[in-house]
Design a protein around this ligand. Structure first.
Ligand code: ARG
Ligand code: GLU
Length: 727
């Protein structure tokens, strides 16, 4: 018995020690590194200072980190504005330049000189000039006693007033965001460039190698990168596209290390993580695991199954639906991993334990007891209250908007009608022009017969599962009204009679006068059914959901404040909110299950192991196979002579960190972040150092590809290649 306890103790200690050794949790604000993180980072092997990472007085790493079109991250890798990001981040730009003759998705693209770089519409690259804590100004006059509405309106007023006082250049913008659930506010002064051109991309068989099967999975072998360049006017300032714009000269660009990584090496990921939820109460976590994730996964299971069968049956459909399928599958797969990970790491037990400690401390202090003792019980009540609404909301969003595409069109048509009703013909024409250009692209990849199958199946699931009865009403009524006997007949009939099922029919509608078109839209059976559903949803679910959710947000803000106060020795990082953050950890293996250990690096030999000739996910281009056979790796091989492809680390990342640089102890680029491992996708809710790993492309694979495969060595010459380990 004692023996066993001792063993458990050692196992616990062992785990604790090794977790400490690889650390990794947290997405930190660059301007606070010095006070919160520098010492730890140095103890983990970092050789830089916090000032080298973020400085407003001199060029620092942050000046090379660029928000790519508001969704991904990218980094400057040359003195002439060369920008590195993921292939999946540049995907729509690459796609937009592709045609049957010049199929850049399939074959890749490499500009031979500046003149050949491809201009993109609506692509932005945003730098962060400086960050400031503006909580005092923004929260001036705000008290805990205020109700939410008054609080928010005071905050809005404060923000407007404050913005007028900020010293900035005309070409700079100001962004102010809440942190720690609204307990603090930070200001970001930004600089956005809009002439960003495509320089190069590998073929999809490299940039998307493994596609959906390998997505969120380690070991991984994807060369998920693409290259752009920022252009500026003659003063190096942002300008709309012009022929005489010149390559942007950065304040800093990342040198690139040729020395590779080994287990235990310090790593840092710098970028724009989108959204995390680390401070949820246990009630929210169990709702996600037991109720919401299973529902969303179930809906997508059914949609994906139908689309997959169609894609397998018809190569044309396969092309048309590839990108849609990938995007539905991406989060479907993530949620499955997330739920499993939350269970396997006992996230709920940990939350309970934390809440117990919290309550013990609160109850031991009269003032805290007064202020905070009600928080957790109140959460419990509100999460119980919101559950049927949250579940219905997920069913509705996933069914109506995400997976039944006809209803998505209905939603757009509804906007058009609203514009007409509110702003007459000008409102109508203005929106119609934009809608038409969107729909043109939409219908290229739309098959009404497939959508109809999805609709019939998902409406059935919806009818069966949705927990709030009244939301079934519109469907029941529509079926009755149509005179059909089954859901299947009803959907078939609706798709047959609707004018939204082909681009030609929509064009015919749009040729009518606005008044006639609006009348025809309103008479469309899909429109009638879809808008009825939306109205009932808004009135019976949306409003109630929002009301409860706003109470939860307030509570969450107070809870955040409370835990910071009650645990003064703990270090808390704010949840991701699309702002610039630093994560750091180490190159680290992990043990996903009993008797299995995953090593840190993959090689080109692993690409060849997965190679399936002609396959949609696992084909390998001939030239890459030849380079592999000849071992023609130039200076980019690993110490063992093999060509490295990807590696993993314990850095805490999430969606939005795609394209983020992985940086070594000295500030050099070593990799390009693009994914997380399956077992650790729950890190958005409960980071666990034992199995949470981010996946990066080894930068040497990128260089090898540019140099040896694409023959674009003129790009390599722009870069600064270094050997930090050979000093
Ligand atoms: N899972 C990665 C990220 O969210 C990569 C996604 C790329 N898409 C794909 N279907 N493989 O979002
Ligand atoms: N692929 C994700 C993105 O597009 C990053 C992976 C993650 O969620 O960690 O941002």
């Amino acid at each position: 018995m004692i023996q066993k306890n001792l063993k458990i103790l050692f196992v616990l200690l062992g785990l604790a020690v090794s977790n400490l050794a690889i650390a990794g949790e947290g997405m930190w604000l660059p301007l606070l590194l010095q006070s919160l993180n520098e010492a730890e980072m140095k103890s983990m092997g970092m050789k830089m200072s916090a000032e080298d990472i973020y400085s407003i007085n001199k060029g620092s790493l942050k000046d090379a980190i660029v928000h790519f079109n508001g969704g991904c991250t990218s980094e400057i890798i040359s003195g002439r504005g060369l920008l590195l990001t993921n292939h999946h981040c540049g995907y729509s730009q690459i796609q937009s330049h592709s045609s049957l003759e010049n199929n850049y998705l399939r074959d890749g693209f490499w500009a031979k000189s500046l003149k050949d770089e491809l201009v993109n519409n609506n692509l932005s690259a945003t730098f962060i000039q400086r960050i400031e804590d503006v909580s005092k100004d923004i929260l001036k006059g705000v008290t805990d006693a205020m109700n939410d509405k008054d609080r928010q309106s005071l905050i809005d007023q404060n923000m407007e007033k404050f913005k007028l006082t900020v010293k900035k250049e005309a070409y700079e913008d100001i962004v102010i965001r809440p942190f720690y659930k609204g307990n603090q506010y930070f200001m970001f002064v930004t600089l956005t460039y809009r002439d960003v051109r495509l320089v190069g991309a590998p073929p999809e068989s490299v940039g998307k190698f493994g596609s959906d099967t390998d997505n969120w999975v380690w070991p991984r072998h994807t060369g998920d990168f693409s290259i752009f360049r920022i252009y500026a006017d003659k003063n190096n300032l942002p300008a709309e596209y012009a022929e005489d714009n010149v390559p942007y000269t950065p304040k800093h660009f990342l040198p690139i290390s040729l020395d590779g990584v080994e287990e235990g090496d310090f790593t840092m990921v710098f970028g724009f993580p989108g959204r995390t939820n680390q401070y949820l109460p246990s009630y929210a976590v169990s709702q996600i695991v037991d109720v919401l994730n299973p529902a969303k996964i179930g809906i997508r299971d059914r949609a994906l199954k139908i689309v997959d069968a169609e894609m397998r049956a018809d190569p044309q459909v396969k092309i048309q639906y590839a990108s849609k399928f990938a995007s539905i599958a991406n989060y479907w797969k993530k949620w499955i991993g997330e739920s499993q990970g939350l269970k396997s790491t006992n996230a709920l037990d940990k939350k309970h334990q934390f809440e117990k400690e919290f309550m013990a401390k609160v109850n031991a202090n009269a003032q805290w007891k007064d202020q905070y003792a009600y928080l957790l019980p109140e959460f419990k009540k509100l999460y119980a209250e919101i559950e049927p609404y949250a579940l219905t909301r997920d069913y509705f969003n996933e069914t109506a908007f995400r997976n039944i595409e006809l209803l998505r069109v209905v939603n757009f048509m509804n906007n058009l009608v609203t514009r007409f009703d509110n702003n007459g013909e000008t409102g109508y024409n203005d929106y119609k022009a934009r809608l038409q250009s969107y729909l043109k692209g939409f219908y290229k990849n739309y098959r009404a017969n497939i959508d109809q199958k999805v609709a019939s199946d998902l409406l059935g699931l919806f009818d069966e599962k949705v927990p709030i009865d009244i939301i079934r009403q519109p469907l029941k009524e529509a079926v009755a009204l149509s005179g059909t006997k089954s859901l299947e007949d009803f959907t078939r009939d609706m798709y047959k009679r609707s004018n939204f099922t082909t681009y030609d029919k929509v064009l015919a509608l749009f040729e009518k006068s606005p008044k006639e078109a609006v009348a025809a839209i309103k008479a469309d059976p899909a429109f009638k059914f879809g808008t009825k559903m939306m109205t009932v949803y808004d009135n019976e679910v949306g409003k109630k959901y929002n009301a409860i959710n706003s109470k939860i947000s307030t509570l969450q803000r107070l809870y955040m404040k409370a835990i910071i106060e009650v645990f003064p020795d703990k270090r808390f990082y704010p949840d991701a909110n699309g702002t610039m953050r630093v994560s750091y950890g180490k190159v680290a293996s992990y043990e996903p299950k009993d008797a299995v250990k995953y090593l840190t690096k993959t090689y080109l030999s692993g690409v060849m192991d997965k190679y399936v000739p002609g396959d949609y996910e696992f084909d390998v281009p001939e030239k890459l196979r030849t380079l592999y056979q000849q071992k023609d790796y130039g200076p980019y091989a690993d110490k063992n002579g093999k060509m490295p492809v990807c590696f993993i680390g314990s850095n805490h990342t999430t969606g939005g960190n795609s394209g983020s640089p992985a940086i070594d102890a000295h500030g050099n680029l070593i990799g390009l972040n693009f994914d997380r491992v399956w077992e650790g996708t729950m890190s958005d809710i409960n980071y666990d150092a034992s199995i949470c790993r981010n996946i990066m492309v080894d930068v040497r694979y990128i260089l090898f590809f540019i140099d040896k495969y694409a023959g674009a060595d003129y790009l390599i010459k722009e870069m600064k290649l270094v050997h930090p380990k050979k000093k």
